[in-house]
Design a protein around this ligand. Structure first.
Ligand code: HEM
Ligand SMILES: [Fe+2]
Length: 758
């Protein structure tokens, strides 16, 4: 620990507090998960829907791609409705009409306002009070049963191929016969009913529904709870206090490290003096895989965006029978995760031999080659599984294991998920064998230790996605799913990103070891304090209790603190270029790191916080404001980081080449500009327009066919094409550059980089 004792203790205490909160929240979620009643019965006790029907419905929903087609509890895709909010609203409207007919012989709309108020009071009492008895049974009124019987056929038909609903299917980007089997469709309806029940029945002993009153639905007073408003205000206060304290702390505690002034930048790029090892050379194919998957991903992205305009066709060609929206969207997201992860694996494998004294550990090249093959197997295997699942060629009972889990970001079948984890663990072994050697001998090992720790966490924490199964209740599944997604992107990746950039700049002789170490440990503590308990910002409305919302809102506000002040770090990285003449060769990877800091501020910090206070997310969950944030943060931060890593690797693999300024300028600026255009000319305006609809009418309306098919919104979706094309041009240029370097013939007169010195 040495001189960093205080730093380390800070980090250890942070981790203890953070994981106690996350773990306690887990117990709370297991304890209070919305129940699946054994049965729903009528007033005479006759069974209508059983637990098994609902669980079978959950499986059927998963086999359609689940969250990749519409959403449940606001989580998923944005073109089709949110099925929870949609079912609830349809059922409530049906109830009001049936009851109006029974009591007054008229439709609800024809009643006087006093008559309406009477029924509205009744519906509220009935739905809010529809709790489960001690015999695990819920009794439904005859009116409600009639309402359910009116609503269910709509879903059963929508997921089939009845011609009357063809245009709705097109609006929702659903293929015909999304779920061919009739029984499966009936069960799917039971599952949607159950999610609507949890979001309309009060949690026993409280005045809020199981989902903290989400979704907004004025008909039964589903409005934000008092706690929601209070914790939202608290979260803004915590954010301001956090930013203030950070600046005070930095100003008073930060010693302008003399080391940096003493630091003499090497005359030559230290890394270019190292002879590349066979395992490092073997990374060229990783670079290729990264850009190949990147290109596949962005073309699929354009394709998915087009489905939001022509729901089943691509410029008139009926493509949805082969690659429907749900499949294209699955592959789009999964390719992103794969290429970003591959780049991270590659940079780890690139630095391993450097730490191992410039040599490969035994059989390292073989390991690197095998891992690459394994990656291809997982990518191709999981994609085929998903195709077979969504085409309903795969038998239903195999779906969860080999087809489509239906859970966004962990869409791949369980078998492929395990294989992927084994691959990540294998990577960990390959790295640790080399890196451990770095701990032998003299010298300060703190920086190495924090680097290794972040790598170990990235490797191990993917495993938490195995803690739920096919029939795990959705609130519990969501807890573990966000352990993977959130803890990766807002926890360990954030640490890995900071530490690995510091580690690289230290190896290049551009920052002192002391500064790299101190800032790495301190920022790890800062990121994890907010990031770990901040996981709960994904779970405000997935069937959890108020403390989960409170912890989520407070700590995720702290996450934003370091991100908002990253401008300074961006500038530091940018000025690295001027430290030495040989840095010219690293201009583009360094600019990618500057972009990482910029998008961390805008995409993760600003757009993340925009949707983050519970009061925001109450209305915005499931609207286009989420992809604003998701694109700006996931591509902006980790996309650019991954590209920076790959460019860095190929630059050393092919020292005789220079980056083409033309390709790189088009690539780098195309990606940045395309992302800005996509967000500011399309996604954000759509999201804001939807937000107004969600606040005034309810979520069901903001995601309804009638609302989304307005000309104005359709035009805004068209406008997105422009930003998408600029982005695609950027992406293809970078890919072309990498391919040229990986496959290019060596020039006859190599412009070797060693002559470039100060
Ligand atoms: C680089 C860091 C980050 C990345 C890569 C990232 C990425 C994502 C992704 C991919 C989603 C899911 C979108 C979807 O379901 O379609 C998401 C959701 C969300 N993010 Fe982030 N995020 C980051 C940082 C943050 C930060 C700092 C905050 C705020 C403190 C934040 C707040 C949220 C919230 C509240 C949601 C839920 C939105 C919803 O379910 O509708 N994120 N993020
Ligand atoms: Fe998150």
């Amino acid at each position: 620990m040495g001189e960093y004792k205080k730093h380390w203790w800070g980090l250890i205490i942070t981790l203890i507090i953070a994981f106690i909160l996350l773990g306690w929240g887990g117990f709370e979620i297991y304890r209070t998960t919305p129940p699946i009643p054994d049965k729903f019965v009528d007033s005479s006790g006759q069974t209508l829907i059983t637990k098994q029907d609902i669980l079978d419905g959950q499986s059927a929903w998963q086999s359609t791609g689940g969250m990749q087609l519409g959403s449940v509890y606001g989580h998923g895709a944005y073109q089709a409705p949110d099925w929870t909010a949609d079912w609830l609203h349809r059922e409530l409207v049906a109830w009001l009409n049936i009851k109006a007919q029974a009591d007054y012989g008229k439709a609800f709309d024809e009643l006087t306002s006093i008559e309406k108020m009477g029924l509205q009071q009744q519906i509220k009492e009935e739905y809010r009070g529809s709790s489960m008895g001690s015999d695990n049974t819920v009794v439904l009124s005859d009116t409600r049963i009639a309402a359910i019987n009116q609503v269910a056929p709509y879903y059963i038909d929508l997921y089939g191929d009845t011609p009357e609903l063809a245009s709705s299917r097109e609006s929702f980007a659903m293929k015909n016969n999304t779920l061919p089997d009739l029984t499966a469709r009936q069960n799917l309806a039971h599952f949607y009913f159950w999610t609507a029940w949890t979001s309309s029945a009060n949690r026993p002993g409280t005045v809020a529904t199981y989902t903290n009153n989400w979704p907004h639905e004025p008909l039964i007073d589903n409005v934000p709870t008092a706690e929601n408003v209070m914790w939202s205000i608290a979260s803004v206060v915590f954010l301001l206090a956090g930013i203030g304290l950070l600046i005070w702390g930095w100003a008073f505690l930060h010693k302008q490290e003399e080391d940096d002034i003493k630091l003499t930048v090497p005359k030559q790029d230290p890394l270019s003096l190292i002879e590349l090892t066979p395992s490092q050379k073997a990374l060229a194919k990783y670079a290729f895989l990264v850009v190949a998957l990147f290109v596949v991903q962005i073309f699929l992205g354009g394709f998915v965006a087009h489905y939001t305009i022509e729901g089943q066709d691509f410029y008139g060609i009926p493509v949805s029978d082969f690659i429907p929206y749900s499949l294209a969207r699955t592959w789009h997201i999964q390719s992103a995760l794969f290429w970003i992860a591959t780049a991270f694996l590659a940079i780890g494998l690139f630095v391993t031999p450097i730490i191992h004294g410039g040599k490969d550990p035994k059989y390292q090249k073989l390991g690197v080659d095998l891992l690459w093959v394994a990656l291809i197997i997982v990518v191709v295997g999981s994609y085929i599984g998903q195709y077979l699942a969504i085409a309903h060629i795969m038998p239903a009972h195999l779906n969860f294991w080999f087809g489509h889990q239906g859970y966004e970001f962990i869409d791949l079948g369980r078998f492929w998920q395990i294989l992927k984890w084994v691959g990540v663990l294998f990577w960990l072994v390959l790295m640790l064998r080399g890196v451990m050697a770095g701990f032998k001998g003299e010298g300060d090992k703190n920086l190495l230790f924090i680097f290794v720790a972040s790598v170990v966490c990235v490797g191990l924490f993917y495993g938490s996605g195995l803690f739920y199964g096919e029939h795990t209740p959705i609130a519990i599944m969501e807890y573990w799913r966000w352990w993977v997604v959130h803890l990766w992107v807002e926890g360990f990746f954030e640490v890995f990103a900071t530490v690995s950039i510091a580690f690289i700049f230290y190896n290049l002789g551009l920052v002192s070891k002391r500064i790299a170490t101190g800032s790495s440990i301190a920022s790890a503590a800062l990121f994890l304090l907010g990031g770990v308990p901040g996981t709960f910002h994904h779970l405000y409305f997935t069937g959890t209790t108020t403390p989960i919302m409170a912890i989520g809102a407070s700590f995720s506000a702290l996450e934003v603190v370091p991100l908002i002040v990253l401008g300074y770090e961006g500038y530091e990285h940018w000025s690295m270029q001027r430290h030495a003449k040989w840095m010219e060769r690293l201009k583009w990877p360094v600019l990618c790191f500057v972009a990482v800091a910029f998008w961390n501020m805008l995409g993760a910090g600003v757009f993340g916080f925009m949707i983050n206070p519970p009061i925001s997310l109450f209305y915005l969950q499931g609207l286009n404001t989420t992809p604003v944030h998701a694109h700006a943060a996931l591509f902006g931060v980790y996309g650019f980081l991954a590209l920076g890593f790959v460019l860095l690797i190929v630059r050393y693999l092919r020292p005789e080449y220079r980056f083409s300024d033309k390709l790189m300028k088009t690539g780098f600026w195309g990606l940045n500009l395309g992302l800005l255009l996509m967000i500011f000319t399309s996604l954000l305006p759509i999201g804001i327009y939807q937000a107004y609809a969600s606040i005034t009418e309810g979520l069901w309306y903001a995601r309804s066919e009638g609302f989304l098919q307005q000309d104005f919104l359709e035009t805004l979706r068209w406008v997105r094409t422009f930003g998408d094309v600029v982005f695609i041009i950027g992406g293809v240029s970078i890919a072309l550059q990498v391919v040229k370097l990986v496959f290019g013939q060596s020039p006859k007169h190599p412009k070797h980089d060693t002559p470039i010195t100060d």
